[in-house]
Design a protein around this ligand. Sequence first.
Ligand code: NDP
Ligand code: GDR
Length: 345
Amino acid sequence: MSKRALITGVTGQDGSYLAEHLISLGYEVWGLTRGQANPRKDRVSRLIPDLRFVDGDLMDQGSLVSAVDSIQPHEVYNLGAISFVPMSWRQPELVTEVNGTGVLRVLEAIRMVSGINKPAGSAAGPGRIRFYQASSSEMFGMVAESPQTERTTFHPRSPYGVVKTYGHYITRNYRESYGMYGVSGILFNHESPRRGAEFVTRKISLAVAQIKLGQQDRLLLGNLDAVRDWGFAGDYVRAMHLMLQQDQPGDYVIGTGQMHSVRDAARIAFECVGLDWEEYVEVDPALVRPAEVETLCADAGNARQRLGWEPEVDFPELMRMMVESDLEQARLARDYGEVLADARW
Ligand code: NDP
Ligand code: GDR
């Protein structure tokens, strides 16, 4: 019998790559989707025909209990979130509800469906559903040491980072309180051609494509000095799955260990199409954040050693992949119209 997995956030970047990966491993994969007519659900179902769907929302406890109860998954991956950091200054309460209390609701759904009513060591036992929480390098924020490991102190710099830290600790607490199998992957930034257009790498690759085709003449960015450890989403979903296959649950830092600035990202992307970034990029102070995470760099030694995980795509290759994909889609949109271009993802 094949294993069943339930993924929240299946319509997002990571959800789609994870669903593809698990299906390729023989899993029966269910994605939680919300809303009565979510266009992102149509998009992911076109991309992954074998994916099944169940209704639910991280804001609605009953829907999560019902989803877990009807699917009886072996593994639950909680990737659903409002993931764009600036949103967390604009709507902090909503972000707390979805990204923080939402984690608690999924854990509670698993606890209830598994019949775990008492703390660890009770007759109920730990249950068999394994849980993955999408923790974030944003929890490190103002970094106390570099590179960051699973033991580095958290000092989040955005409401998003603060709330992800809650999700991280409540997952650990359910592990310690109820003996549940729950892990947190502390993932550093990861990108792909499926990345949302609001994130800086995709904003750059989209602009490069439009500028190359003469459809845009400049690109406004915020802090060019911000430094991130950027990897490829397809590599990172392999790590999520590996984390849930270990005998003992634990938390893992996932990243490449390579640092690049936003300026580097722009330079590399424009170079892919033979253009000089300095002729097109301008700084817009309105895009600079109220409190910034200046530098992040992962030490993923623990994941390498215990999970055997390694990233396969480096940063220049990642930017090239994104620029080429956006160039192809922009050409399709120009020649055949938006609908065909969007159908690709
Ligand atoms: P995306 O923004 O691409 O996807 C977010 C997903 O969350 C979407 O499927 C969205 O669904 C869903 N969602 C939003 N609100 C709700 C809700 N109320 N109930 C259920 N689902 C909801 O994010 P990524 O794929 O990039 O990231 C996946 C997870 O990993 C997130 O939790 C993110 O915070 C975290 N993370 C991401 C990193 C990265 O670099 N990508 C790094 C570290 C952590 P809908 O279509 O309905 O809006
Ligand atoms: P981040 O990703 O906030 O790290 O969160 P994002 O790509 O939005 O920003 C990265 C850095 O680039 C700087 N920057 C800009 N960012 C955006 N979006 N737009 C701009 O114009 C711009 N100019 C400069 C930012 O200030 C920042 O320093 C991502 C998300 O996926 C989170 O959900 C996840 O938890 C973290 O990565 C790890």
